[in-house]
Design a protein around this ligand. Sequence first.
Ligand code: TXA
Ligand code: MG
Length: 342
Amino acid sequence: MLITVEPDERGIARAAAVLRSGGLVAFPTETVYGLGADALNADAVRRIFTAKGRPSTDPLIVHVASLDEVPALVRSMPDLVHALAARFWPGPLTLILPKSPVVPDEVTAGLDTVALRVPNHPVARRLLAAASLPVAAPSANLFSRPSPTRPEHVLEDLSDRIDMLIAGGPTTVGVESTVLDLATGVPTILRPGAVTLEMLREVVPTVRVRDTRTDAGEPLRSPGLLSRHYAPRAPLTLYEGSAARVLARILRDAHAAAAEGKRVGIVAADDDPIHGFSVVRVGPEGELDRVAATLYSALRQLDADRVDLILVRGFPTLSGLGMAIQDRLRRAAAGHIVVLPD
Ligand code: TXA
Ligand code: MG
């Protein structure tokens, strides 16, 4: 049975001891809750995959206390790492670098690269300092479910599968870190996040984005990009296009489903004129940081409401967090996307 501790000095000391003895601890980061284990202990890392039901082919992110910990874990450090760390660490940016042999293959799924990040959450930072270990941590959800942004979400998914949870309240960013590949030629964003393309361009003008829709024939560079990921239990349809058209179409489809006796869940913006179904509002259309922070909670809420289907309005994608929100919604939709012309 899982032990829940408070994010105070005593709780963090207990959690650090669990990590040091090879156990599994869920803890808050600024993005989502992570499920941590000693990254240098292959048995502990294997337990992460078992607890989550995650395929062992999907590599984990190693969390460290500061840039100083990185050289011991990598084979080489491009100069770019210093510039990126100075600007974005601690923070929601994960860097893919050539791995040192000290990092077990279990962590990296046999790849010769390792994903590294310095999280920016006071509890995560104190835990890393107290444990004095690199901590491998995927999001603390069952495989393919939405990532946990509240301690309750971790309990929902993993309560009888892990040793300890540090209950640190809701996370602030709400979507997982930006993953930036520095190990192969041109720096490439493999997963968009709160460190946006525009922000990265200021430090790395050549940075490009991997088109997440061309997954099919390519080798699995970032298996988190598998389709049907971050998904609620009910089938989800995403509607992209101008707000007016999207909302009209959602209403039409919702009424049609309701007429067949289905319970309809809808993810809407605060001001959307949609009523009469299970509507969860995730923030004003233009405040994407609020939308990102609430999104996974909204999807879990609709599952708890036992809806039969979920209809989601898309959000503006042109800048900032828009790309990350669209990416996660498309994966949750697993191909059920209705694109409406303007
Ligand atoms: O915000 C986050 O990144 C959260 C918190 C807990 O830090 N963690 C997280 O971990 O989202 P996870 O395991 O759910 O996602 C890790 C992503 C996956 O898409 C994985 O495929 C990718 O990082 N990844 C890890 N190592 C990699 C590598 N060596 N090369 C390419 N992609 C890698
Ligand atoms: Mg995950």
